[in-house]
Each structure stands twice: as C-alpha cells, then as structure tokens.
Design a protein around this ligand. Structure first.
Ligand code: PLP
Length: 387
C-alpha cells in the first residue's frame, strides 16, 4: 500500500483527466460506515461515497453476490434471458411497490434520466420538457439541459431545444397540451437538500394528468430508502408516472433504473429504449442483493429513525441554524464562524468524519450509508457540538 503523498505523485494525477477537485485522501478499504485511507486511518463516512453505498461499504452479502455471479456469467446483453436479471427486476419492482410495474435497467443516473426524457417525448409525441430551478439531473445533454444549477448547465454550449427550467412555483401553470413531461428532483440534494413543497408537487401532478404530460421524479439520490421511504414518490399520495433510480440501487456497483406505471409500460415498444451494459448480470446480482439487505436489515426504517434522531439532535446544537431534508439525506446550515459549509467540512475532516458540501455555500450535506447506527450518529453530533 502506498501513502497519500506517494499516490498523489503517481498514476491518477498523471493519467486521469483533471476534471475533479480531489480531497487530500486516498481511500483503500471500506467496512460498513467506515472507510480506511492508505495510511490505515479510519474515517466515518457521512458522504456515503456520494450517497451511493446504501448498504454500507462492502456489505458481505453484496460482496458474495457479486463474487458468485462473476464466477458464473459476468455479462450478457438484454437480448437473452438471464435468471439473475429476472430476480433483480422482480425484487426491485416488489420493493418499489405499486403503481410501478416494470423497470428499464441502465448504468448511471444521467442515463436513467436521459431515457425517462426520451420516453416522455416518444410517448406523448410532444417536445417540451419542464424542470425546476435548483435541480441536478446529470451530465448527459438532455439531463444537463434539465438541470437548474447554473454552475453545471453553463457547460452546455448548445442546450437541447424545448427544455424549460423554471421555479417550482411557476411549473404547474406552465404545463400545457404541448408539454411532453416534467422532470423533478423532489428533494434537491445538490442545491443544499431543498425539500420541494408537496402542494406544488401535487398541483404539477394534477396539471400533468389534465394535459396528458408525463410526470417524472428523479430519485437518483432520494430512492431506495434514503429518505426513510423506499421511494419518495407517493409522498402524501403524489405518484409520478416515471421514477429514476441510481446511486444506492446496487450498493456502489454502477446501475440505474427507470420505473414506470402500467399505463406507461403498455405504451413502450421494442426498440424504444436500449443500452449494452444496463441490466448486465453482475449489476443485477448487486441490485438483487441490495434489495434483500435493505429488506432484511430494515434499512428504510433505520434511515427514518436514525435520520430523525440525527436531525433533531443536530438542531439542538447552539451553532446549528437549520437542519433540513428527510431520513439520511440532510442539509445542515450553521451559524458564524461556521456559516460556510466548506469550513465545517474541513473541520470535520480533521476529526476524521467525511461530509459533503453543496451548491449552496452555507449548506453541508450528510448522506451516509443507510446502515448508520445511533452510536455512529452520535459521533457526528459530538464532533459538531465540539467545533
Ligand atoms: N440526478 C441526481 C438527483 C443526482 O444526484 C445525480 C448525481 O449526483 C444524477 C442525477 C446523475 O447521476 P450519475 O452521476 O450517476 O449520472
């Protein structure tokens, strides 16, 4: 094993394109909510590998499922049947529950959103896609054109036509019979965990129904239990037609899904969507095992319980101004001199706790594995209290 000092001089800096501002950290191993650096130091992971490791790092059941499938069949495309793929989509759909009846499997959040947008345009034979200021939907052209954060969308020299990004308050009135679909990130994580008001979601839902537009929720980050519900979709009875999932869906193995209602499923024809790697047996082994672990270890309930404990306790700390979000997706704003999230992130990093910043400079983000225990939550609470 190499030290960080050695690693930073080596291959990644030399051969990987410099598109990331890296943390001064080389992680080599993970176990549950802990990760270990190249010098053997242990960090408590409230960043969750970017909200990805739902079942914790290297959960033995996920490791076993991937290892066994790797020895059996690493890959074959969707042109053939495969029992592992069958079990994975069944478990995913059963976990999501009605009204979602079928899934298209892809590889990343952006890809899932690109496909959802494509579906909306194809099924309605319309063009307009409405999305909401403050959302992040990925780095493909359509998903980036739907993204409502300037820092990211500015990279589009030529935004995809017919994409309209507007504040949530204006979205319902904007929907017409020319609207193909509305793409919404119901809790805008990158914007600092902004929870969109359910009354707006409901009026958008109603206007979509009235005008025959598809409502799509981007649950790449909120999905598979993070908010204390398996899906955030269905919150107070507001169900979108399409839900996109990624991040936690396979505990870190690259995978994503587009879930659809029966009405949508009926209209999709062979050839409408496709991907080479999506739904590959290895990804499916990781998806199925993730669904099993989430159910067996009651991780949705755990995210709800430990998440409320964490947010209530953090809110009691004198230097904490606001805690918002749901379950284990939390945004925390602190009072001066800690009103800059990057200062807090650095201070916690020095205490060997990993957290995330957001596009809002004031909001720190917490998105740990859903296996987080109360004791581990207390370690963060104590660290924040002692800043
Ligand atoms: N949508 C949301 C809400 C996300 O948080 C992200 C990634 O952070 C994406 C889409 C894009 O996912 P990916 O990076 O897997 O393409």
């Amino acid at each position: 094993m190499h030290t960080l000092a050695e690693l930073t001089k080596q291959d990644e800096d030399q051969f990987q394109l410099r598109s990331y501002a890296k943390w001064p950290l080389a992680l080599e191993r993970g176990e549950g909510c802990w990760v270990f650096d190249s010098d053997g130091n242990r960090y408590l992971d409230f960043y969750g590998g970017h909200a990805v490791v739902a079942t914790g790092h290297c959960h033995p059941k996920i490791v076993e499922a991937i290892q066994q499938q790797a020895a059996r069949l690493i890959f074959y495309s969707n042109v053939v049947y495969n029992s592992q793929r069958g079990r994975a989509v069944r478990r995913l759909i059963e976990s999501a529950g009605l009204p979602y009846v079928q899934a298209f499997l892809a590889n990343s959040g952006s890809e899932a959103n690109e496909n959802a947008i494509k579906l909306a345009r194809a099924l309605t034979a319309r063009k307009e896609i409405i999305s909401i200021t403050g959302s992040f939907h990925g780095r493909g052209y359509a998903s980036l054109s739907s993204t409502g954060i300037e820092k990211y969308s500015k990279y589009l020299n030529t935004p995809v036509p017919h994409h309209t990004v507007i504040p949530i308050e204006q979205a319902a009135e904007r929907i017409t019979t020319g609207t193909a679909g509305v793409l919404i990130e119901p809790i805008q994580s990158l914007s600092g965990v902004r929870v969109l008001p359910v009354e707006h979601l409901r009026s958008i839902r109603d206007k979509c129904l009235e005008n025959g537009a598809l409502l799509m929720f981007d649950e790449v980050q909120t999905g598979v239990g993070r908010t204390g519900r398996f899906l955030y979709s269905g919150i107070e009875g507001v169900f979108p037609d399409v839900v996109t999932l990624a991040k936690g869906i396979a505990s870190g193995f690259p995978a994503s899904a587009v879930l659809v209602t029966e009405k949508v499923a009926r209209e999709v024809k062979s050839g409408d969507l496709g991907t080479t790697f999506g739904g590959g047996p290895l990804a499916c082994a990781a998806i199925e095992a993730t669904m099993d672990v989430i159910a067996a270890e009651k991780l949705v309930e755990n995210a709800r319980e430990v998440g409320s404990y964490l947010s209530e306790e953090l809110a009691r700390i004198a230097i904490v101004e606001t805690v918002r979000g749901a379950g284990l997706l939390l945004g925390v704003r602190m009072k001066p001199p800690f009103d800059q999230a990057k200062t807090v992130r650095q201070a916690l990093f020095e205490k060997r706790i990993l957290t995330g910043t957001s596009d809002d400079p004031a909001f720190l983000r917490l998105m740990p594995p859903l296996t987080l225990s109360r004791e581990q939550a207390q370690l963060l609470i104590q660290a924040v209290a002692s800043l």
